[in-house]
Design a protein around this ligand. Structure first.
Ligand SMILES: NC(=O)c1ccc[n+]([C@@H]2O[C@H](COP(=O)([O-])OP(=O)(O)OC[C@H]3O[C@@H](n4cnc5c(N)ncnc54)[C@H](O)[C@@H]3O)[C@@H](O)[C@H]2O)c1
Ligand SMILES: [Zn+2]
Length: 361
C-alpha cells in the first residue's frame, strides 16, 4: 500500500513470520529504538540489529515528552553517521510519536522506518504523518507532520498484546468502521466476536481495511484542516478522560468511551435513533475493560475539553454521528453546550457501571 503525502510517498508493507527483519538488517547507519516489552518478547528476532546503536524505550504516556524526543535526537547526533542515520522505531503508538517527532526535528528531518507492534499502531496511527507529544499535563499538545519512509506491518505481534492493549486497537477499528456509516457499522457488528478472539485472518483483514479507509482521509486532508477531523470522532471526550484519569484510562479505551458520550449527545439531539445508539453501544461496550471512577468526570474533565486544541473561540466543537436522507455520517458541530456533555457523561457512566451486570444475565 502506497500512501501519498505532500512530504514524501511512503509504502506500507505487510510481512509474515517477521520476514521484515532482514530488510532492517540491510539498512545502513541505523539507530534502533525498541519498546521494552517488544524487546523482551521478540528479542531473538532482533539480536543482530540490537547489537548496533540503539535504545530500549519504556512506553508510558509520561515518557511521551519533548525531553525523551531530545534524548533520541542527541543519541543520533553523537553518531558518526549524523544526518545520514536511519532511525528504526519498533513499538506501539508511544514509540511512534516520540521517535517520529525526534526524526522530524533532527537536522530538519532524517529518514525513519516504523514497525508498529500494537493493534492500535498497525490499524490507525502508523499512517497519517502525525507525531504528537504530551506537554504540561495536556495530551498531544506538541507535534509535527512527518511520515516515516517505510512501514512494516506484521500482525504476528498482536498475539502477545494484553487484553487491554488489544482492545485499545479494537476501539480505533470501531471508530474507523463507524466513519463508513451503516455499511461499516454492519460489518464490525458481524466480525466483532471473531476479532475479539484475535483470529489472525480477521485481524489482518481489519488492519488492511482500516488503513484503506484512513488512507483516503489523510491523502485528501493530510494536515487535518477539513475532512480528516472526522477521524477525531470520540477523541475530544477521550483525550480529556486520559488527562483527568492521569492516563489510567489508555488512549483506545478512552476513545471508545468518548464515542459512547458522543453518541448519547447525538441521541439527545435527535441526530440518531435510540435503536442505532443501542446497536453502537453493543459494539463499543465490550471494548472497555478499564474501571471508570466518577472522580474522572469532575471539573478537571470539562476544563480539559475546553482546553482541547481543537477548540475554536468560545464554542465547543465535537464530531457527532448524524443521520439524514443519505444515511449515517459523521459531522462536525460547533455549538456544543457543557450541560449537554454533562448529561451525556452521566448516561455513559451509568451504562458502563451496568454493563458487566448485563453481560452476566
Ligand atoms: N500519531 C498518531 O497519529 C496517533 C494516532 C493514534 C494514537 N496515537 C497515540 O498512540 C498512543 C497509544 O498507542 P498504543 O496503544 O500502541 O500504546 P503503547 O505504545 O503504549 O503500547 C501499549 C502497550 O503495549 C506494549 N506492547 C507493544 N507492542 C507489544 C506487543 N507486540 N506485545 C505485547 N506488548 C506490546 C507496550 O510496551 C505498552 O505497554 C497514545 O499516546 C496515542 O495518543 C498516535
Ligand atoms: Zn486515536
Amino acid at each position: 500500500m502506497i500512501i501519498k503525502s505532500s512530504l514524501k510517498e511512503y509504502e506500507v508493507s505487510f510481512s509474515t513470520h517477521f520476514s521484515f527483519v532482514q530488510q532492517i538488517e540491510s539498512t545502513e547507519n541505523r539507530f534502533v529504538i525498541i519498546d521494552a516489552k517488544v524487546n523482551k518478547l521478540y528479542g531473538k528476532y532482533f539480536n543482530q540489529i540490537m547489537a548496533g546503536p540503539g535504545m530500549v524505550f519504556h512506553s508510558i504516556e509520561r515518557n511521551k515528552t519533548v525531553r525523551k524526543a531530545l534524548e533520541v535526537a542527541e543519541a543520533i547526533m553523537a553518531l558518526p553517521s549524523k544526518r545520514n542515520t536511519t532511525l528504526i522505531s519498533i513499538g506501539g503508538g508511544i514509540v511512534q510519536d516520540v521517535t517520529g517527532f525526534a526524526a522530524s526535528i533532527l537536522y530538519r528531518g532524517i529518514k525513519w522506518i516504523f514497525v508498529p507492534t500494537t493493534l492500535l499502531a498497525q490499524t490507525d496511527s502508523c499512517i497519517g504523518s502525525k507525531t504528537s507529544l504530551n506537554h504540561s499535563g495536556n495530551k498531544n499538545l506538541l507535534g509535527t507532520f512527518f511520515p516515516p519512509n517505510k512501514i512494516f506491518i506484521d500482525v504476528g505481534f498482536v498475539s502477545t498484546l494484553s487484553k487491554k492493549d488489544f482492545l485499545n486497537g479494537a476501539g480505533e477499528i470501531a471508530k474507523i468502521a463507524i466513519t463508513r456509516g451503516e455499511h461499516g457499522i454492519g460489518e464490525i457488528e458481524q466480525d466483532l466476536s471473531l476479532l475479539l478472539k484475535k483470529d489472525a485472518g480477521k485481524v489482518l483483514e481489519w488492519v488492511q481495511k482500516s488503513l484503506e479507509v484512513k488512507k483516503k482521509y489523510v491523502e485528501e486532508d493530510e494536515f487535518d484542516v477539513g475532512k480528516r477531523k472526522l477521524l477525531n470522532f470520540g477523541h475530544t471526550f477521550g483525550h480529556a478522560l486520559e488527562k483527568s484519569s492521569r492516563y489510567a484510562v489508555p488512549h483506545g479505551q478512552a476513545v471508545s468511551i468518548g464515542m459512547l458520550i458522543a453518541n448519547n449527545i447525538s441521541e439527545a439531539r435527535g441526530k440518531i435513533s435510540p435503536e442505532m445508539n443501542r446497536r453502537l453501544q453493543k459494539i463499543i461496550l465490550p471494548l472497555i475493560t478499564t474501571k471508570i471512577r466518577s472522580d474522572y468526570f469532575t471539573d478537571g474533565y470539562y476544563d480539559a475539553i475546553k482546553k482541547d486544541k481543537k477548540r475554536q473561540g468560545d464554542s465547543l466543537p465535537a464530531i457527532l454521528l448524524c443521520s439524514d436522507t443519505n444515511g449515517y455520517h459523521l459531522a462536525e458541530i460547533h455549538d456544543l453546550l457543557e450541560t449537554e456533555i454533562k448529561c451525556a457523561v452521566k448516561t455513559t457512566v451509568t451504562l458502563l457501571r451496568e454493563y458487566p451486570l448485563r453481560r452476566q444475565t
